[in-house]
Write a protein that binds this ligand. Structure first.
Ligand code: ADP
Length: 324
């Protein structure tokens, strides 16, 4: 990082970002990003949430310089990825989803090699400090292949930080990680965030984003469908489903003013309502007013898909993954 450079307001800024993967004889071209705008303020712990296929990895890979965008702009730490690609990459550390183990290196060597790759001068390297911070000091000289999965993952975090980047991306860092390691990882991430490192975390677990992140953006089908401070988003997401099984033969579910209705198996339907705004009684009254005789009801908490439905309410195409 050049000391003279003014600190940017946003650690990451993305405007109109589009990506279409070229097709092949067997597969048609695939639109992965449809014009994404995103501003991640310096210092924040930012969650990027979305189901598989939403476009999260594509976005991250474009920022990391491993996938070419089709259109739009992106800057890391104020450095445009087209105009200053090396500087932009130098500002970024990425902890990838998969563990990439350096079979022939010890953890200390792995960090030294990585630092060399980024051109960090020997006297500015901090391999031992990072090993200690991530609880790997006593494994510093062990072969990486002898480390447990959790240790390898911590080493990946250390590797992403060798060049002291002001921005760190963690791509689904806790997929398949046990609870204890998850805690350790989060404690460390919180600590470096408190020290000023901007964190972008992708996940498909709402609880994870909710616990860690000050701001959450939700992506679905290549678009950002929400981006708000976490408490505000959670209030909006405070929805419940009432599953209604009607009496009589199977007919199409009713249309209810003010509620989202989606069909379920065997003529049942789900009514989604916002807890802060309506009650189960109001839902049932609306169902009865639509001429439905209720045989049975159950309630359920929504999963992420329901959340997208709630967020994209009014745009059925956006909420239906089978439509293009
Ligand atoms: P996420 O990380 O949110 O799961 P991805 O960015 O991996 O989403 O994928 C977004 C869309 O782009 C998906 O439909 C996926 O199938 C497609 N996609 C991702 N990578 C490629 C690729 N290399 N070639 C073709 N399509 C791809």
């Amino acid at each position: 990082m050049t000391e003279a450079e003014a600190l940017p307001v946003n650690a990451i800024e993305v405007r109109g970002l589009e990506k279409t993967y070229a097709g092949s004889k067997k597969a048609p071209p695939k639109v992965a990003l449809k014009g994404v705008d995103l501003a991640i303020p310096r210092g924040s712990m930012f969650g990027l949430l979305g189901p598989n296929g939403a476009g999260k990895s594509t976005l991250i890979n474009i920022l990391a310089g491993v996938v070419n965008k089709t259109a739009g702009h992106a800057a890391i730490w104020g450095r445009d990825i087209d105009e200053r690609p090396r500087d932009a990459r130098a500002a970024l550390g990425v902890v990838p989803q998969e563990i990439v183990a350096d079979v022939f290196f010890t953890p200390r060597e792995a960090l030294e090699v990585q630092a060399g790759f980024y051109g960090v001068p020997a006297n500015e390297r901090r391999s031992d400090e990072l090993l200690a911070a991530l609880g790997l000091s006593d494994k510093a000289n062990a072969y990486v292949r002898a480390l447990s999965g959790g240790m390898k993952r911590r080493l990946m975090v250390a590797k992403a930080l060798v060049h002291n980047p002001p921005v760190l991306i963690l791509d689904e860092p806790t997929a398949g990680v046990d609870v204890e390691l998850r805690r350790q990882l989060w404690d460390y991430v919180r600590r470096i965030n408190a020290e000023g490192v901007t964190i972008l975390l992708t996940t498909h677990y709402l609880e994870e984003a909710q616990e860690l992140c000050d701001t959450i953006a939700i992506m679905n089908r290549g678009e950002v469908v929400a981006c708000e401070p976490t408490p505000r988003l959670l209030r909006r997401l405070d929805t419940r489903n009432v599953i209604v099984t009607p009496e009589g033969e199977v007919v199409a579910p009713p249309t209810l003013t003010g509620f989202e209705v989606s069909p379920r198996a065997n003529g049942a339907f789900a009514v989604t309502y916002c807890k802060g705004q309506s009650s189960v009684e109001q839902v049932l009254a609306a169902v009865r007013a639509a001429g439905v005789t209720i045989a049975d009801i159950t309630t359920e908490d929504p999963d992420l898909e329901d959340v997208f439905v709630a967020l994209t309410y009014g745009d059925p195409k956006a909420a239906d993954p089978t439509k293009d």
